[in-house]
Design a protein around this ligand. Sequence first.
Ligand code: CU
Length: 662
Amino acid sequence: MASPHPFESAKDYEIRLTSKLIKDSYPASANVHFVQIDRLDPPKKDMIKYLAAEREGLKTPPIPRVFYAYYYTNDLEFNKALVNVTAGHIITKQQQPQGTVGPFLPDDMMEWEEHCNNHPIVIEEIKKLKLPSNYTVRNDPWIYATDDPNEKRPLVQFFMYVLAGNGHTESNHYSLPLKFSPVFEAFTKKFVRMDYLPGGFDATTVPTGPWQEVQCCEYHPDLNGEVVPRDVKPLLISQPEGPSFTVQGNLVKWQGWEFRVSSTSREGFAVYDGYFKGRQVFYRVSLSEMTVPYGDPRAPYHRKQAFDLGDCGFGVNGNRLALGCDCLGVIKYMDGHGIHANGEPFVIPNTICMHEQDDGLLYKHVNYRTGNATVARRRIFIVQTIATVANYEYIINLKFVSDGSIDIEARATGILSTMPIDENVKVPWGTIVAPNCMAAYHQHILSFRIDPAVDGHKNTVVFDDTKKLPKDKELNPYGIGFVSDRKFVEKPGYVEQSPFTNRSYKIINENVINPISKTPVGYKISMPARQMLLADDTSFNTRRAKFATQQVWVTKYHDNELFAAGEFTNQSQKDTGLAEWSVRDENVRNDDCVVWATLGFTHIPRVEDFPVMPVEIHNIMLTPFNFFDKNPALDIPQANNNFNKSILVESKEEGGCCKTKI
Ligand code: CU
């Protein structure tokens, strides 16, 4: 069988071979328990040769498919192995230092959920609630995070909720949080401790007593009490001649764009080898990490800090996307994959969708003398995935635009993580969103890894500040001048935000000069200044997520450095990613550099975010900046109605609001 393209997603048979080789290398008594298996990117230097040969239609050099596997042996030993799947042998396997905790497996989380609710100590606690008949208890297993450097066991903390007795599976338990929270050892399932949660202003807790019934705030249409649905007419996306994109294997071609899309267990997806109109733009772009720290200072909430990629895998928690729901129009789907603990793969069908969207106007000019309009519509090609990480949903969109720009978009939705709060209590770190239900302030801090290749792999990151030109009799006699002041990033590190100098970051190629502007070609990274991580510098939250303290980081490219907070984040003590890579004494100017763009949003919940949160949208734009010799979208056909076939609203009442015939 021909080996898949080096950038193609993991195949079932490759995962199966990886797990088999590893299992066969241990005695059965070791009880090998896999938690993640996926493809590893090939060394970049080999891939550059491969991709060059591929573009020239030459024979491509062989590149072995290498897989990594994370797994436990004997319940508590965490291991990592690398397997050459092409040759069929293990390259390395290594037990990780005690205290290294791997990502949790979705299957395990489900099993622990059940184990917790059936544990005698938890049952005893539930009995004390004296719940009304038909009411039960549901739990959310939570990542334990870190507050003790001596804690080496993989642990899970369970947040407990009442499930209203309406008999409906979709009832919103998050509306009814309880005040006890058991902690278990993850793989041995041993009960560790019962934490009690405060209901007042301070950390004081009380023993569990009878539950005071409150109304559940429901989101599901069967339960939410909205009996008359809003009148919405169909809005259909029709592409009668088919879409303007093609997908061969994982190679996408659309409106001058060419790139490959690969599903990954940890990131959801990565896009590789991006070109626009035959010009190289990037080597790899993906979400790299996301941390969600909570601001409620009371124990045990101080440990609420999730790493949604490293702790559990964004891809393996990917949704099965549905036509006409998650994606409108003419859709191309791509599958993802996960594994069971025995190393057997399973498919996550349709977890990535790709499609075109109209996006309003791209450009327009009316010659006021003639009244003639020159106008083209903006079209985008979306690569989308959605992951459910317990209560929250994250929608990651990479939007390729017909003018050569890329819009990286994150949308947060789902249900707020809630805590119990007593009647008539207010706290300064949370919003009461339903009766006796508080949603603590928190942050979502995402790192997108942009491995650029702007006209080649030797790139430079610069930042430009726009400044007033000092008033000067000769140079600026009227005092109105302003100029751009450029600084070059020479060494790894971060660039501070500076919204009041309109600081803008660019990735340029100093070796390629734009013939028109006579300046280096480049791509601009537009991201509004945002609040970064709020935790104290000495806190575990900051030590574990150094990446979340700055908006833009630059490092020199090294293979296998993909994750901003490091490879293993679950119960980590420190950031082993950017915290380490950004302090090396290396050159990054006119070199193979990587940009890490941090998209942070501090989420002060509002009542309207409950019971299910309307999407909060945040973007990073990558825009060609003196890259082309003119607007690269002039070849887009002019917008006209023969093509777009829009029609007029039919006026039912003469003189009514719809009488807008043109
Ligand atoms: Cu939020």
